[in-house]
Design a protein around this ligand. Structure first.
Ligand code: AMP
Length: 196
């Protein structure tokens, strides 16, 4: 299983990533968690990363390739992975695909977790009260949603064109979303990817 979950902030990628990874006994790699761990370690790189996260901006692609890709390659050497939050730009996707193909470990399937913007805004504002993340403030939330539309949404076509993508309705309950993903996966895993 080498799965990528694509979706806007607040769509439930973290929850579903953990569930699907557990079901398939593979590693769940959440780019945001890796970056927040770097921030918590208070390294120079962590301080730089923290600035981007708090502003709701993307961390530069090269930092992501240096920090996240080695973890994906390590996981791919075992039974596979469920990726959430990486890749988030076309440049990251193309670079990750090139590197992973050399190791025979490229993403085999992608799920787009679709939720309308108004619903996301409401969910993230609710989460802000509970979790107190540095990037869960109203203006930063709006910026993150815009960043998704501008930089990450093009990945939906990137994977669809390669025959790797399915879409689920992520407005439903977490259990229903898990069910949809588990139902979609066998056909996606069987499909032969279109060469990139
Ligand atoms: P997340 O936990 O996935 O919502 O990510 C939180 C924040 O981490 C994002 O708003 C970005 O600032 C940063 N981030 C996470 N993944 C990436 C990525 N693949 N590329 C650039 N920035 C990222």
């Amino acid at each position: 299983m080498r799965l990528l979950l694509i979706g806007p902030p607040g769509c439930g990628k973290g929850t579903q990533g953990a569930r699907i990874a557990e079901r398939y006994s593979v590693e769940h790699i959440a780019a945001g968690d890796i970056l927040r761990a770097e921030v918590a370690a208070e390294t120079a790189l962590g301080r730089q990363i923290g600035g981007y996260i708090s502003a709701g901006a993307l961390v530069p692609d090269q930092v992501i390739l240096d920090v996240v890709v080695p973890k994906v390659l390590a996981a791919a050497k075992t039974d596979g992975y469920v990726l959430d939050g990486f890749p988030r730009t076309i440049l990251q996707a193309a670079a990750a695909r090139r590197i992973a193909e050399e190791h025979g470990s490229a993403v085999r399937c992608a799920i787009y977790m679709k939720v309308p913007q108004e619903e996301l805004l409401a969910r993230l504002l609710r989460r802000a009260d509970i979790e107190g993340r540095s990037d869960d403030k109203p203006d930063v939330i709006r910026r993150r949603l815009q960043v998704f539309t501008d930089a990450t949404a093009p990945l939906i076509d990137f994977y669809a064109e390669r025959g790797l993508l399915d879409v689920v309705d992520a407005t439903l309950t977490p259990d229903q979303v898990t069910e949809q993903i588990l139902t979609a996966l066998p056909a996606l895993v069987r499909a032969r990817p279109v060469p990139s």
